[in-house]
Design a protein around this ligand. Structure first.
Ligand SMILES: [Zn+2]
Length: 332
């Protein structure tokens, strides 16, 4: 007894870094491990997502990856060849961003109808290029739309194309409410269990761009811990403005800008987005060389989960707001 007491007293008195050095190595290892685990717990949301964000091949679009049968939010990156079309299916709201070239209007319409959707609450025409708005007139002609968000473009840059004219005509004929894109636009709603969802417009933030791509409407969907950033064809100038104006571009899933072109997805932008997965919408064997090798290298620093519609066909991301999984039409 007496010896133990004395020993304790001595330890207390003489505690120093020297004493710490004498601690058994195993104890030090345990201490370091504990510090590490605490750090991991702090980042729990991200770690969880990273663990569960596994790709699964689904043979049919209607087939849902295992464990996600009840996922209330699905983001469909519809394969429209060299173009963009994204359909967001949630409890309480549906959103369509672009509809590919004109010849894909029917495919997008059928795809959305097959999901049992009768009304699209929000439609976005990111910018007036045919690979984005070409298919929209047909979709809007066939399915009811709540409102359409379009970017404000300086008069001298408004394209005098038949495609754009057709879009404006259907908006007028169907008396669809047209809203000018603004970074003050935000929609909030909740899922069946009260989980919060939000959809906000982050760009464009300038009316002085020289390239139509930079006028792309940039939007972000947030469902609890999981978020998606949709960039249209926004290039570096638009990305820089979002960083300059301190927009929260961080996202779990990034739809890479301009079909994975070198002029988008700058290193500084990707650092802020810091995605766990990326989707590139581009056509098989497209003549533009999309996606660009350098852009792939840049995104590769953040994630290996790069889902390309030219290789995978339609990509669907299922999420319950805490974890997410991607389903593909083709293995690769
Ligand atoms: Zn495009």
């Amino acid at each position: 007894m007496a010896r133990t007491k004395r020993k304790r007293k001595q330890t207390k008195k003489k505690f120093s870094w020297e004493t710490l050095k004498k601690l058994p190595t195993v104890l030090v290892v345990i201490l370091l491990a504990a510090v590490f685990v605490l750090g991991v717990l702090h980042e729990m949301g991200k770690i969880d997502l990273s663990k569960y964000f596994a790709g699964q091949v689904v043979s049919e679009k209607a087939q849902v990856p295992e464990g996600y049968e009840n996922a209330e939010t699905k983001v469909h990156f519809i394969d429209v060849g060299q173009g963009d079309s994204i359909f967001i299916e949630t409890t309480g709201k549906t959103i369509l961003i672009d509809a590919g070239e004109r010849e894909y209007g029917e495919k997008v319409t059928d795809y959305i109808s097959a999901l049992g959707v009768k009304k699209i609450d929000i439609v976005i025409g990111t910018h007036p290029h045919s690979d984005h708005i070409g298919g929209l007139p047909q979709v809007l002609d066939s399915i009811e739309a709540g409102l359409i968000i379009l970017p404000k473009i300086p008069d001298e840059m408004v394209p005098a194309t038949k495609t754009y004219e057709q879009l404006l005509t259907v908006i007028a004929n169907k008396q669809i409410r047209a809203v000018m894109a603004s970074d003050t636009l935000r929609f909030d709603w909740s899922d069946s269990a009260g989980g919060q969802l939000s959809f906000e417009i982050l760009g464009p933030l300038s009316d002085e761009y020289t390239d139509l791509n930079n006028f792309s409407v940039v939007s972000k969907l947030t469902y609890k811990d999981v978020s998606f950033l949709f960039t249209g064809d926004a290039e570096k100038a638009a990305e820089d403005d979002m960083l300059y104006y301190d927009k929260d571009v961080s996202a779990t899933v990034l739809k890479m800008g301009h079909h994975g072109s070198s002029s988008s997805s700058s290193a500084a932008f990707l650092r802020e987005v810091s995605p766990l997965a990326a989707v590139i919408q581009c056509g098989e064997g497209n003549s533009y060389g999309h996606p660009n090798e350098e852009a792939l290298k840049r995104i590769g620093k953040y994630t290996e989960r790069i889902y390309r519609t030219d290789l995978r066909g339609t990509v669907v991301v299922y999420t319950d707001g805490e974890t997410a999984v991607a389903g593909f039409e083709r293995a690769s």
